[in-house]
Design a protein around this ligand. Structure first.
Ligand code: GLU
Length: 419
């Protein structure tokens, strides 16, 4: 758990407030306060030097009311049960906001993935998949990439599940490599969705994207892709950071060059990148730059009540899950900063995961153009529903998003009844 905040408690506070705004009774939504299933596993891995290390792994299935559990797998040294529980709940709300037929789940392994060789990562992933085998499956729970996991890891995961099952089962996991059932467009889907949400909110607030100054915390699959796509939309990405620190350029960073540099080799970091006119900044500095749009796309609990008063951006679009604490959110609201919340802003990834799963179940492939069009339609529809709900209830977009999501889950739950 990062920074001493308990993300699960934070999630419960937001849920309670949304339920109150919807006029719900405790009975209507109390079940959403408890994940339906929490699994903890011990994963023994033979390291390259012959020693055995045991890593702790988790899979939390929060709500299966609207469909199979869906959500990524994270490899990070700070992963713990409370974080995974919060991330699983956020997936339930995220899938409900974009109205795709999934519940929410999440997995994680407490490991610093950067310290493992590729072979060690493979052995870890295969053992973790085998240990989760009894509780996952295309109709049960469908993992995907998250922090420090990628298509290759999903491929190993799928292969292990398929071997145990006795037949190829691509629908057990999404975000796979394209030749083994991955979907076109999935790799950049979360970043593309963030870009679309920046475009929509900028339109509403009459901020021209051309020349708009943007700072992005996180240069991975979400932050890096969003920054690259926004750069192509005419925005000036002036600041970018990763675990090694940040870079700043008054005239805007060359995002195509930076992303090509970072992705050319496993383990490359921003500290190794250089270009004329660059200054080095810290991750904290990045959040408080003088920009129009701030995109936190790294980990939870970055915009706290200590940091929030110093934020200068007018718009925050949450590429990460849970980057703003409840206290930080309050400060931003008082300052009039508009926040497009995580469960909407980063829902592009799981939306294209849904398309991947549908293609797998049908053994059929869609063209990339069709995927991107469908993604855009779904996200813009969700954005407008959230916006209208927030305007009507005179509240923030976060509350609007939670109201849409909780209402959908509670309605489905009432129709199903308790069995
Ligand atoms: N890890 C991503 C998220 O937090 C994607 C999940 C998925 O595709 O299932 O939304």
């Amino acid at each position: 758990m990062a920074n001493g905040y308990n993300p699960y408690q934070e999630m419960l506070e937001v849920l309670d407030e949304a339920a109150k705004k919807l006029g719900l009774e405790e009975n209507d939504y109390v079940q959403l306060k408890y994940p339906e299933r929490e699994v903890k596993v011990a994963i023994p891995v033979e390291m390259d030097d012959g020693s055995i290390k045991v890593f702790e792994g988790y899979r939390v299935q929060h709500s299966g009311v609207r469909g199979p559990y869906k959500g990524g797998i994270r490899y990070h040294q700070d992963v713990d049960m409370d974080e995974v529980k919060a991330l699983a709940a956020w997936m339930s709300f995220k899938c409900a906001v974009v109205d795709i037929p999934y519940g929410g789940g999440k997995g994680g392994v407490t490991v610093d993935a950067t310290k493992l060789s590729r072979k060690e990562l493979e052995r870890l992933t295969r053992k973790y998949a085998a240990l989760l085998y009894p509780v996952i499956g295309p109709e049960i729970d469908i993992p995907a990439p998250d922090v420090n996991t990628n298509a290759e890891i999903m491929g190993w995961f799928m292969d292990t599940y398929s071997t145990l099952r006795g037949h190829l089962s691509p629908g057990v996991v999404t975000g796979k490599p394209i030749p083994i059932g991955g979907s076109l467009g999935r790799g950049e889907a979360t970043g593309r969705g963030v870009m679309l949400m920046v475009r929509e909110i900028a339109k509403k607030l009459h901020l021209p994207l051309e020349g708009a100054k943007v700072a992005v915390q996180g240069a991975g699959n979400v932050g890096g892709t969003a920054a690259r796509l926004l750069h192509r939309e005419g925005c000036k990405v002036v600041a970018l950071s990763d675990v090694s620190g940040g870079i700043y350029s008054e005239n805007g960073l060359d995002m195509d060059e930076i992303m090509d540099f970072l992705t050319a080799q496993r383990g490359r970091l921003l500290k190794d990148y250089d270009a004329p006119g660059l200054t080095r900044i810290s991750n904290e500095d990045l959040l408080t730059q003088d920009v129009d749009i701030l995109i936190p796309a790294a980990l939870e609990n970055q915009i706290t009540e200590e940091v929030a008063p110093h934020i200068k951006a007018r718009i925050v679009v949450e590429g990460a899950n849970g980057p703003t604490t409840v206290g930080g959110d309050r400060v931003l609201e008082e300052k009039g900063v508009v926040v497009v919340p995580d469960i909407l802003a980063n829902s592009g990834g799981v939306t294209v995961s849904y398309f991947e799963w549908v293609q797998n179940l049908q053994s059929f492939r869609w063209e990339e153009e069709e995927i991107n069009n469908r993604l855009e339609n779904i996200m813009i529809k969700a954005f407008n529903e959230v916006w209208n709900t927030a305007v009507e209830a005179e509240t923030t977009l976060r509350m609007g998003a939670y109201m849409v999501a909780v209402d959908r889950i509670v309605t489905a739950s009432k129709m199903r009844g308790l069995s």
